[in-house]
Design a binder for this molecule. Structure first.
Ligand code: MEV
Length: 292
């Protein structure tokens, strides 16, 4: 038996961190993603995992092994070959770990294993809001609110046309660590009182989702969203400088995932200016980019 599956990555248009605290977020699936082919062979001694495409080395192979281990709870005899083709940048805010989990679960346990996949995500990515999981599983633009059924959302056609994704480098902290830090910083559970600046930043992000629902211009909303992400402390300086250059060129840009406190901020979505200009800005900083 051989079964293949595909899971896209995600691009968050608005809502990072705000969704963790119950506010609305909006995300769209990316055209690139993870493909998995599972060739079951009950005569094999074990499950061989082979990786092709963007390769993250030992840690990513170990992550795939962990997912396979969790799939074994449901399907004890998991033997044969599992081939992963990753078209996504890994660990850079496009939901690569969730896409891998979903593509593997679908290939191994089937398309109706949503609940099992979500339990695995809860285990491997503690504290997550569910936004990444929902948009990657559903593979459609979504309006998401924690604890509620995600709603498919109709965004203006061509909204992302001419957009570019710029790779600012690998974040120094994993998303689960950043989410835990943000919860500590912003809730009563924290040791210090949350700063009014951080609370206001969270509210601005929450309002960005409402503004997009109301039909506001994406570039205008993205500029405010980016400022709020900076205020939350998850956009390192080099990425702030990149986005400032994009804004000077008439465009808008934002980090599309958890970002980072130091190091790279993962992928940045840039649009609203001539694509060649955006690409030249990325190139001058030696940052790889791809068109949407
Ligand atoms: C990460 O892609 C988005 C965050 O809001 C975390 C989450 O929603 O789980 C930062």
């Amino acid at each position: 038996m051989s079964r293949s599956s595909f899971a896209p990555g995600k691009i968050i248009l608005s809502g990072e961190y705000a969704v963790v605290f119950g506010h609305a977020g909006i995300a769209v699936p990316s055209s690139i993603g993870m493909e998995v082919i599972f060739e079951e062979d009950s005569n094999a001694d074990q499950l061989e995992i082979l990786w092709d495409g963007t390769y993250g080395g030992e840690p990513w192979l170990a992550y795939a092994e962990k997912i396979a281990g969790l799939c074994r709870k449901k399907r004890t005899k998991l033997r044969g070959r599992l081939m992963i083709h990753s078209g996504l940048p890994l660990g850079k805010g496009m939901g690569s770990s969730t896409a891998l989990l979903i593509a593997m679960t679908r290939a191994v346990l089937g398309d109706d294993a949503r609940e099992e996949a979500l339990l695995m995500e809860d285990h491997l990515n503690p504290g997550h809001s569910g936004l990444d999981f929902a948009v990657i599983w559903e593979d459609t633009p979504l309006l998401f609110r924690k604890g509620m059924n995600p709603e498919p959302i109709n965004l203006p056609p061509g909204m992302l046309r001419g957009g570019v994704l710029i790779d600012t480098g690998l974040p120094s902290e994993p998303t689960s660590e950043l989410v835990a830090w943000m919860k500590e910083k912003l809730t009563a559970a924290g040791t210090r009182r949350p700063s009014s600046e951080s609370l206001e930043a969270l509210n601005i992000i929450a309002r960005c989702s409402e503004r997009l629902i109301a039909g506001d211009d994406l570039s205008t909303v993205m500029r405010d969203h980016h400022k709020a992400q900076v205020a939350l402390g998850v956009v390192p300086e080099e990425t702030q400088e990149l986005i400032a250059a994009i804004e000077r060129a008439g465009g808008a840009a934002k980090v599309i995932g958890a970002g980072s406190r130091t190091g790279g901020a993962g992928m940045v979505l840039a649009l609203g200016a001539d694509a060649e200009k955006l690409e030249a800005i990325a190139e001058s900083r030696r940052m790889p980019f791809m068109q949407l």
